[in-house]
Ligand binder design. Structure first.
Ligand SMILES: *[C@@H]1O[C@H](CO)[C@@H](O)[C@H](O)[C@H]1NC(C)=O
Ligand SMILES: *[C@@H]1O[C@H](CO)[C@@H](O)[C@H](O)[C@H]1NC(C)=O
Ligand SMILES: CC(=O)N[C@H]1CO[C@H](CO)[C@@H](O)[C@@H]1O
Length: 320
């Protein structure tokens, strides 16, 4: 009895020491996004009305703009498009480094893309092995609708139990991409101002994601929330996730072996228009309140995209 108790106490100490405090690995602020990330001038796999441009084009046309402390990525808000030509110019970037089994990513975001037809996403994935290396969607939505959802997408045999301690509401619990039309296992946030117009009006905020071999957690704090942890706010030399309180979303490994379903990931930021999600009338018209047909709207209304930009104060990756 006694030795079991001692063993238990020791292993609890060890796992909390290993799991909670992470030293800083990479920091991306301002111009360092230009060397730490690559612009991906690729065809959008989600069939959006988008034309992703390369870094030289993005810098030349000011779609990508960097100073010492600002990194902006935007949609073209100037050109009217011909329906038979390429889609609206935009930017998609991917981190050159990958991050593995024990890491925390903190996204300090001042502004996110808003407007009819927009579909922005901040996520982590290994595109080369998808879905076997898993996918973690940290921030994603369309048409300013506040789905405020965090989602995992995986290969078979990964699900989430009910009743976990989190602030969000579980909307689906099978993470397998082959189930439920690749809905994944998602949790809807209940923290205010975490997406679109309300997020931007508040000056943005902080998203953080922690991945270990036993759990994946997502937190969100709006810019002036007094509860923003000091290590998040100041992008400290290390972070202690144990002090961050109840996460918005929690995924655990009791019906999903996280170690084998998630490989090392790149961070990807994309901004597309319409396509497989944002362009569906249910989301564009009914829930988004946007007029007519999504592609036509994107072609004819460049000024509607003046708020379709990301402004990053910085990304900070911690790894142990
Ligand atoms: C490029 O974009 C930045 C950020 O919005 C802006 O401050 C700057 O004036 C723009 N530069 C040009 C040449 O338009
Ligand atoms: C970003 O691209 C990935 C595929 O590479 C896709 O799964 C995701 O839905 C895209 N999201 C946006 C907003 O473009
Ligand atoms: C704060 C916030 O934006 N909450 C929204 C999260 O998503 C649900 C469902 O879409 C909305 O009803 C909430 O208003």
């Amino acid at each position: 009895m006694r030795s079991t108790a001692v063993l238990f106490a020791v292993s609890a100490l060890v796992s909390s020491a290993l799991g909670a405090t992470y030293p800083k690995k990479d920091t991306f602020v301002g111009q360092s996004f230009l060397t730490g990330f690559s612009h991906e001038a690729i065809a959008d796999p989600t069939h959006g009305r988008v034309n992703y441009v390369d870094q030289a084009t993005a810098l030349k046309t000011n779609l990508t703009f960097a100073t010492d402390n600002t990194f902006i990525m935007r949609a073209d808000d100037f050109n009217t498009l011909t329906p038979s030509g390429p889609g609206r110019n935009s930017v998609r970037i991917k981190s050159n480094n990958q991050y593995g089994a024990n890491h925390v990513t903190v996204f300090d975001i001042r502004h996110m893309p808003q407007g009819c037809g927009t579909w922005p996403a901040a996520w982590e994935v290994n595109e080369a092995t998808w879905p076997n290396g898993g996918e973690v969607d940290i921030l994603e939505g369309t048409n300013d609708i506040e789905p405020n959802q965090s989602t995992l997408h995986t290969s078979a045999n990964c699900a989430q139990p009910a009743g976990l301690a989190m602030n969000g509401k579980v909307v689906s619990n099978n993470c397998d991409v082959a189930a439920n039309g690749n809905a994944g296992c998602g949790v809807q946030s209940s923290v205010p101002k975490n997406y679109g117009k309300s997020f931007n009006a508040a000056g943005g905020g902080f998203y953080a994601m922690e991945r270990t071999t036993t759990a994946i957690k997502v937190w969100f704090w709006t810019r002036n929330d007094p509860a923003v942890p000091a290590d998040v706010k100041t992008a400290g030399a290390s972070v202690n996730t144990d002090a961050w309180g109840t996460p918005t979303a929690l995924f655990v490994n009791n019906q999903c072996d996280i170690a084998s379903h998630f490989s090392a990931h790149n961070i990807i930021i994309n901004l597309t228009f319409c396509g497989d999600w944002a362009g569906i009338p249910q989301f564009f018209n009914t829930l988004g309140g946007c007029p007519g047909d999504c592609n036509t709207f994107v072609n004819q209304n460049p000024k509607a995209f003046s708020e379709a930009f990301w402004d990053f104060a910085g990304f900070h990756v911690y790894e142990s």
